[in-house]
Design a protein around this ligand. Structure first.
Ligand SMILES: Nc1nc2c(ncn2[C@@H]2O[C@H](COP(=O)(O)OP(=O)(O)O)[C@@H](O)[C@H]2O)c(=O)[nH]1
Ligand SMILES: [Mg+2]
Length: 328
């Protein structure tokens, strides 16, 4: 990275200037001299110095990137919790692939995203390549992803046309692994941040692990994570996602025990969904990906048992809104 800036939260190396300088060349704060250039790095290109024309990059968001979003609506943060390899990133990739194919989240319409490149990066792995009948899975989410998880954004419109900004966390499973046994552990800060700020949670149960030789440990780990999540959950919705549901359920009692364990904790707003990358006409695993998100949204936006009243949008016939022109 050859560009830098002494102003906190300004990242010229991403092609953005917090002060809005266009082009960067004219920015009085821009450092591209000895202080900024690492040995052996090339001079910044003309395109780099020109900067971008929009304030987002399309990549996953960080904390500062949330500010413009928070200015336009209340951003809903959904935390994906689960052990490493539980299927969290694949769930997000699948969600995006389904939206891209035009399948809606029931009751909500896709209305844009600030992180299209970030979505494409993970969903690309689930997409067939021309001439090859093979898909692969997204790469492992690195534990060195910083203290704050990568945030993937969706703008949605509900049936009344209201805009909703939703952000999903794509965090490494290792964070939750540490957090499940000690919420204060070093390495668990990211998971704790998600728990503190999340508006709703998806807890991933890995059906492959729950049917394998380590099923006992897998169940205990998920139960511990559920304990932590339920502890200060309050009214926030929690859904248990049975990921990799295509794997044959050779040990049904393991899943039943896990189900009863969480039910016994009595989370106020709780629902289970079964998902998989494989499509199944009967089980509708793909549809349940979309339904999980719809359920979280519906639950947050309504009091238990009540639907949120639709707010009628103002029309130009509204005398109150026309008051100025009437009295002018
Ligand atoms: N059979 C099957 N395997 C899956 C499915 N989803 C994920 N996997 C496998 O689980 C691995 C880890 O998934 P990933 O989404 O990266 O897990 P994460 O660590 O929780 O984000 C993938 O590389 C796949 O091998 C699924 O729906 N079915
Ligand atoms: Mg991951």
């Amino acid at each position: 990275m050859s560009l830098s800036c002494p102003i906190k939260h300004c990242h010229p190396e991403d092609g953005e200037c917090q002060q809005g300088c266009r082009p960067f060349e004219k920015c009085p704060n821009l450092l591209r001299g000895e202080g900024a250039l690492e040995a052996g790095t090339a001079e910044p290109s003309a395109a780099e110095l020109d900067g971008r024309r929009v304030s987002w990059t399309g990549s996953v968001l960080g904390l500062t990137d949330l500010e413009p979003l928070m200015a336009r609506s209340r951003v809903l943060l959904f935390g994906l919790a689960g052990m490493e390899n539980a299927g969290k990133t694949t769930f997000l990739a699948l969600l995006y692939s389904l939206l891209r194919r035009g399948q809606p989240i029931p009751g909500y319409q896709f209305a844009g995203s600030y992180t299209l490149a970030g979505w494409e990066l993970i969903a690309g792995f689930l997409t067939f390549e021309d001439g090859f009948n093979q898909v692969s899975f997204p790469p492992h989410t690195s534990r060195n992803a910083g203290r704050i998880p990568g945030l993937l954004h969706l703008a949605l419109k509900d049936e009344a046309g209201h805009l909703l900004d939703v952000v999903f966390t794509d965090a490494p499973g290792e964070w939750f692994n540490e957090w499940r046994s000690n919420e204060q552990a070093t390495g668990a800060e990211g998971a704790e941040w998600i728990y503190k700020h999340g508006d709703g949670f998806l807890l991933f149960a890995d059906c492959e692990e729950l049917a394998g030789p380590n099923r006992g440990t897998a169940r205990t780990n998920i139960q511990m994570m559920a304990d932590r999540l339920v502890a200060k959950l309050g009214k926030r919705p929690l859904s248990l996602v049975w990921a990799k549901s295509d794997i044959e359920n050779t040990r049904p009692t393991v899943r039943e025990k896990l189900h009863s364990y969480i039910q016994a904790k009595n989370p106020l707003r709780y629902q289970e969904f079964a998902v998989s990358v494989k499509q199944d006409e009967e089980a509708k695993w793909h549809r349940q990906v979309l339904e999980t998100v719809a359920w979280l949204l519906d639950t947050i936006r309504t009091e238990p048992g009540k639907r949120q009243p639709a707010i009628p949008s103002a029309t130009t016939d509204d005398l109150f809104l026309l008051r100025r022109s009437v009295s002018a």
